[in-house]
Ligand binder design. Sequence first.
Ligand SMILES: Nc1ncnc2c1ncn2[C@@H]1O[C@H](COP(=O)(O)OP(=O)(O)OP(=O)(O)O)[C@@H](O)[C@H]1O
Length: 170
Amino acid sequence: MMTCISGIPGTGKSSVSAVLKRMGHDVVLQNDTTGNYFICDDPDRDAAVIDEDLWASEFRPVNGIVEGHLTHLLECDRLVILRCRPDVLKERLVLRGYSPEKVHENVEAEALDTILIEALENHKEDIILELDTTERTPEEIATEIDDFIHGRRGANFGNTDWSEYLGTMI
Ligand SMILES: Nc1ncnc2c1ncn2[C@@H]1O[C@H](COP(=O)(O)OP(=O)(O)OP(=O)(O)O)[C@@H](O)[C@H]1O
């Protein structure tokens, strides 16, 4: 069974995945699988552009967890989307040294539910679990994901609404 953990950069995917790995889950990093799909560097965003559709269509399923901000594009059995309140996400990304443009782009995408919307275009609702990481530890989030993977809790999404942040601090 393959579980994907997606979310805007800074929502806590790596932190949560590290805990899940310690709990015994096999974790594959998206960035370790995209090398053959490189198109060019994007200096404005300080990121590589990859052929996302080709990567997603050629991805070989794994029995475990795949973590990365594009993994909601993959076919999978369970999909977890991590969320973070825009003002807190902004702090996390500024601390990382992201440029103001990159902070804005990511925080706006979070406020607009971008990943959830894309996920709903590709997946059935009953495999999606959305978790707000804002005021919770990676350990708490990892426990919820472990419960989801093992069927001890069900799918759930649509409970975050960051629209009040649009057009204000971002
Ligand atoms: N639940 C949390 N509570 C507080 N801080 C957190 C939490 N999760 C992550 N952080 C902090 O937020 C920052 C970003 O976390 P992390 O690298 O896990 O995000 P990410 O979603 O994996 O980002 P990327 O997609 O760029 O790899 C880190 O400084 C991390 O310590």
